[in-house]
Design a binder for this molecule. Structure first.
Ligand code: PLP
Ligand code: CA
Length: 304
């Protein structure tokens, strides 16, 4: 395409791009919805792509919910045709990683929400049950002898004791250190922000002197999960659509996919242009191939 390279594209260009690609990967928050509100027109776009025989998958770094919850959320918000098989969350992919790549024998110490535990349980991975007395301290609590991985995700019930225990488990060099994602923060509709799992992982990296293996975007592993479940996915036929340069665009570049930034979320076009104009070549992997104001800009392409 002559129009590739951090450019806003419209009408006929969007139409020819949608015709050329047959596999669409959508980030969720900031692209498909903001929290509990669907982005205007997004459901129509997703439904139309599916009706036109395109493959559509959702790639979210949000580790807090099991995939079934996303199926319900999609349906509640008017995305009528989305199925479990189309949903790739960082918690689901973390479970696949522990089961299929690491083939873990032993327990996993989880910092995270119930949804993360549920995904691990569904994959048959034993998680350490947390039954801490609220007044317990690291001086008097027991540590399990067979913890073979620490997995850090978003945890809104994080305690100092959990961080302390995780740091102790990580003293064993055979204990793996995994993070569902490395997102620094998330925007809330009120203008406030929520610290992301990346901030918890950073605390543990300092305490343990180790680096976590990140499963979610921008790591390639989520694309490997998709490729293993959809036969014959050709990166050249894929478009990765996201709202965050440091996760979604870098993920697309890391996996050899064309990338599109939508301006309904975290990143602005000016930041993309700064990365494009930067002398540092590693910054170029964060530059989207295409930019749209919203994925609702796809809609005219489906009109005859
Ligand atoms: N993790 C948490 C806890 C979140 O709240 C969010 C977004 O709201 C995300 C991750 C990012 O999700 P996504 O990758 O769909 O933008
Ligand atoms: Ca997002």
């Amino acid at each position: 395409f002559g129009f590739k390279g951090c450019q806003k594209i419209r009408g006929p260009q969007i139409r020819s791009l949608l015709e050329a690609k047959d596999f669409f990967l959508f980030d969720c928050d900031g692209v498909i919805w903001h929290g509990e509100n669907a982005i205007t027109g997004a459901a129509k776009v997703v439904n139309a792509l599916i009706r036109h025989g395109k493959n559509v998958v959702f790639v979210t770094n949000n580790s807090t919910r099991p995939r079934e919850n996303y199926v319900h959320k999609f349906s509640r918000l008017g995305f009528t045709d989305v199925m479990l098989e189309q949903i790739f969350s960082s918690s689901y992919c973390s479970a696949l990683y522990l089961r299929d790549v690491v083939k873990i024998c032993g327990q996993v110490f989880v910092i995270g929400c119930e949804g993360l535990r549920r995904e691990l349980q569904e994959a048959g991975i034993p998680c350490l049950e947390e039954t801490d007395d609220p007044d317990a301290t690291i001086y008097d609590c027991a540590l399990a002898p067979d913890v073979k991985a620490v997995l850090v995700g978003h945890d809104d019930k994080l305690t100092f004791l959990k961080l302390a225990k995780a740091s102790c488990y990580l003293k064993d060099p055979d204990c793996l250190f995994l993070a569902t994602d490395n997102d620094p923060w998330h925007p809330l509709s009120s203008g406030r922000i929520l610290p992301g799992s990346g901030s918890l992982t950073a605390a543990l990296e300092v305490a343990s002197g180790r680096k976590a293996t990140v499963i979610g975007k921008p790591s390639r592993f989520m694309f490997e999960c998709i490729s293993s479940q959809f036969r014959g996915v050709d990166p050249a036929q894929c478009l990765m659509v996201g709202d965050r340069l440091e996760t979604d665009m870098l993920f697309g570049s890391n996996c050899g996919l064309d990338t599109m930034l939508t301006l309904t979320g975290v990143s602005q076009i000016e930041e993309a242009q700064e990365y494009r104009n930067s002398d540092l070549s590693t910054n170029h992997s964060l530059v989207p191939d295409y930019v749209v104001d919203t994925i609702a800009d796809f809609l005219p392409a489906f009109e005859e």
